[in-house]
Design a protein around this ligand. Sequence first.
Ligand SMILES: Cc1cc2nc3c(=O)[nH]c(=O)nc-3n(C[C@H](O)[C@H](O)[C@H](O)COP(=O)(O)OP(=O)(O)OC[C@H]3O[C@@H](n4cnc5c(N)ncnc54)[C@H](O)[C@@H]3O)c2cc1C
Length: 289
Amino acid sequence: MFEKVEAFYRPANVREALRLLHSGKGHARVVAGGTDIVVDGDDSVRFLIDITHAGLSYIRRRGAAWVIGATTTMADLEDSDAIQALAGGLLCRAARSCGSMPVRNLATLGGNMANGSPAADMATPLLVLDAAVVMVDARGRRKLPLAEYLAGVRTARDAKSLLVEIVVPDPPDGKGCRWSFQKLGRTAVDISLVNVSAGLQLDSRRRVKWARIALGSVAPNPMRAPGAEQRMTGRTLDRALLAEIGAAVAREVSPISDARASAEYRREICSVLTRRALEECSTPEGCAL
Ligand SMILES: Cc1cc2nc3c(=O)[nH]c(=O)nc-3n(C[C@H](O)[C@H](O)[C@H](O)COP(=O)(O)OP(=O)(O)OC[C@H]3O[C@@H](n4cnc5c(N)ncnc54)[C@H](O)[C@@H]3O)c2cc1C
């Protein structure tokens, strides 16, 4: 594991981290909590750049959004009153599901996104919240939608850019939205076989005003299910619609079979967890905003 690493750096700011990343000429790699990269153990890496002292651990209000620094850990998210109050605690709930407590004390939100795993548990709640990421490189800062970032991140592993923060806008439809995070793993501390996040707003007659559904571990990247979202908008949420949306979601995903589960099982679980998520969102007891 990392047998060819020649130097380990701990820059005190983002500018220094970028300089080190450039000087590594493709052989430098960022490390945050280390809980993914150490498992990967890439032999082409010569320089490790620890960004946990680069000033990227924060949860701040900026305009009509919460901004979360890339090295904010899962434990920080769980403990934050602001994140607990955001979208009924959706992000806290997902963070709490990421491995064991020792893992959550190290694992960062930025690392969870930058690692580019289809099973990253923080991706689906951030997708239903319409989150964006802020990247910096030698040319400056740029903000891009999370879905766009996730689509390219695996191929850009050695890119000379840093993910610096995640921007979570206030939920678009304001009060009355309800949220759910559902996860099935082999054990309580394992990564997802499937995870589903949902956001839902119903009117007084249980008609769907606004819907978001995102699924993890069932496609090359965590994904929204726009077909299912559109199908339910404007319709009354009842058992028949829940079953219809469960089936629609199963058609939108493209799971693989691996050591953890077969594609068929994952597809079935997509339906089950989506129905469960929407049911939770539609009850007064569901996590309310
Ligand atoms: C036992 C165990 C259980 C786990 N359980 C779960 C689980 O239930 N759910 C889940 O989602 N994950 C789980 N994980 C995976 C892991 O903990 C998370 O994905 C974690 O959030 C990764 O963050 P990190 O800070 O440790 O990333 P690191 O390992 O430090 O980095 C991961 C990758 O991202 C890059 N990177 C990190 N930060 C940045 C940045 N700011 N900018 C650019 N590139 C960056 C690194 O170069 C590396 O390629 C588990 C891991 C272990 C070991």
